[in-house]
Ligand binder design. Structure first.
Ligand code: ATP
Ligand code: MG
Length: 560
């Protein structure tokens, strides 16, 4: 991001908002109308969140409205499951389309009538060439295309054939309707683009009424015009389609003339945001589903415990620019940490438990110690945690032969158990394989609460849990789905991170965690942020790690 982009984002302004403001100042529109037009052929991802925040955000800020419009022009790829998930995800992000829910398929009759109108004006024709022939005769960036041998068909013949296409007389692919523009246009999109193709397919909303379906380019602008969209905001790859967008609006008797504006799509390091790839990841079983917490989908982020506020903050920070760039995924992680650090309750969990026995603590005794729920927010209160003779600590908080700077537990070394006591390791128990299975320790009863009356210091404070009072849990640790910063979309399987999911089956969580049914993420102290997964059952707790605690991105920003 350049400095200007950052400044604009911080001010909540960008070039599109400037255009909207200028249009309002000049009195060109009474009210601003935008739209978010997903094709229901997959789940929404974080790139869509950028577009959603932009379209709904502008509508909110300028007291207009934003339509949710399903671009359902390809019934072979689209499904109700996707329609439902898209609505749920837009709502989860915090946006509301109110009554303004539309489908491009609602406009199929108009689109058809207008296509006949183009034919009558000599501006469209039925082409009998195959898809391959059309492709080959389209030319290249340096060579003009060739006119189709069917280009000069008489109007009556075109009308007759188009009506028979609609009536279902011809098989898929037999003919198409093309706009009659200019096969030598510098912009390839103007070389007689396809407006309609034959597709004998059942449509979820229009059933078997249609045997022909409009192309994206033909349906999109006209849907905008029908809905009275003022600013049709899309991603940069549609910039070259704008002349066609304008040509169609110009030739058709549409009720309004929207303008198209393009912005840079979101790209993220270690992430692929193409629906084709995401669909394959799910279909080929590389992930557990569209809502797998490793997926960059909204459903995946939600299941991972990412708060919608963090997603909104992220898209606000990256801003809206005209040039494509790749955003460091660390920026998203930074926004998630920042939000969760502020909101998440602190709890204790031991991910990889090592049993310790406090030899001088009475057998069978349990006492309750007070722990705070949030260090910066006393209003969040305190809770009790049970302490006893047998405890768990984290395996890597102990080393039998520590290097010089290791201050956590080691034979003879004293450490603090958070909220509890100072303990010392007196001996190490091992199994036949020589692995440490248990530590024998002693505690100092005078250090209750975590401080020594004699003022002696320890260099480490560790989390812990009572063996008897904590509960078992499965904890799923997620890492980047891809191992390389810019995974190859055409061969993505080769770039998958084999360590993207680590499942810890023997973790322990404190009873306050086990008893809470909350869907809010918590901080497991010294470990990161975690959220209860929907796979949990009363006798089986499952948590997803939303994100670790370490904040590498902030450090790098600090350096530069
Ligand atoms: P894909 O190219 O992966 O198939 P798409 O862009 O075709 O995705 P749509 O459902 O058509 O998916 O997208 C709906 C809207 O979201 C479009 O206006 C599109 O421009 C926008 N969008 C899609 N991906 C991104 C992204 N990475 N960043 C910003 N906006 C995006
Ligand atoms: Mg699309």
């Amino acid at each position: 991001m350049t400095t200007t982009d950052t400044a604009a984002a911080e001010a909540g302004r960008d070039f599109i908002r400037d255009i909207v403001q200028a249009d309002l100042d000049a009195g060109r529109y009474k009210a601003i109308v935008t739209r978010f037009p997903p094709e229901p052929n997959g789940y929404l991802h974080i790139g869509h969140a950028k577009s959603i925040a932009l379209n709904f955000g502008i509508a909110q800020e300028f007291a207009g409205h934003c339509n949710l419009r399903f671009d359902d022009t390809n019934p072979t790829r689209e499904e109700q499951e996707y329609i439902d998930s898209i609505q749920a995800d837009v709502r989860w992000l915090g946006f509301d389309w109110g009554k303004n829910l539309f489908y491009a398929s609602d406009y199929f009759d108009w689109l058809y009538e207008w296509a006949e109108g183009l034919i009558r004006q000599g501006l469209a024709y039925v082409d009998d060439q195959s898809q391959e022939e059309i492709r080959l005769s389209r030319g290249t960036l340096t060579e003009p295309g060739k006119n189709s041998p069917f280009r000069d068909r008489p109007v009556e013949e075109n009308l007759d054939l188009f009506r028979r296409m609609k009536a279902g007389e011809f098989p898929n692919g037999a003919r198409v309707l093309r706009a009659r523009i200019d096969m030598s246009a510098g912009n390839i999109n103007l070389r007689d683009p396809v407006l309609y193709r034959i597709l004998h397919a059942h449509h979820p909303r229009t059933g078997d009424k249609w045997s022909i379906y409009p192309s994206y380019d033909y349906a999109h602008g006209q849907s905008d015009a029908i809905e009275g969209i003022t600013h049709s905001i899309c991603t940069l790859e549609f910039e070259d389609h704008r002349p066609l967008y304008d040509w169609l609006l110009d030739k058709l008797p549409v009720p309004s003339k929207p303008h198209q504006y393009e912005f840079a799509r979101l790209n993220l390091t270690y992430t692929l945001l193409s629906k084709r790839v995401l669909t394959r990841l799910v279909a080929d079983g590389h992930v557990a589903g569209w809502d797998d917490p490793r997926m960059p989908t909204i459903a995946g982020l939600k299941r991972r415990g990412v708060p919608p506020t963090a997603v909104r903050e992220f898209v606000k920070r990256i801003g809206v620019a005209k040039a494509n760039s790749v955003v460091d995924v660390g920026m998203l992680e930074f926004c998630i940490r920042e939000e969760l650090n502020r909101t998440a309750l602190r709890r204790m969990a031991v991910l990889r438990p090592l049993r310790i026995v406090i030899e001088n603590y009475p057998e069978g005794q349990v006492e309750e110690l007070e722990a705070i729920n949030h260090p910066d927010d006393p209003g969040k209160g305190t809770r009790k945690i049970a302490f006893g003779r047998e405890l768990y600590i984290e395996q890597d908080d102990f080393m039998e032969n520590p290097p010089r700077k290791f201050f956590r537990l080691s034979p003879g070394n004293e450490v603090r158990l958070r909220y509890a006591y100072f303990i010392k390791c007196v001996s190490v128990v091992k199994n036949a394989a020589g692995e440490v299975t248990e530590l024998r320790c002693t505690y100092d009863p005078a250090t209750r609460g975590g401080n020594a009356p004699d003022g002696r210091k320890v260099k480490a404070t560790m989390h812990w849990l009572s063996a008897a009072q904590s509960k078992p849990a499965e904890i799923r640790i997620y890492n980047q789905l891809f191992a390389r910063p810019s995974p190859d979309a055409s061969n993505f399987a080769a770039d998958l991170n084999p360590q993207s999911l680590e499942v810890l089956k023997d973790a322990r969580v404190e009873s306050a965690v086990a008893e809470s049914n909350s869907a809010e993420p918590m901080q497991f102290e010294r470990q990161g942020y975690f959220v209860r997964d929907g796979d949990s059952a009363p006798d089986r707790l499952v948590f997803n790690r939303t994100i670790g605690l370490r904040d590498t991105f902030a450090k790098e920003v600090g350096k530069s």
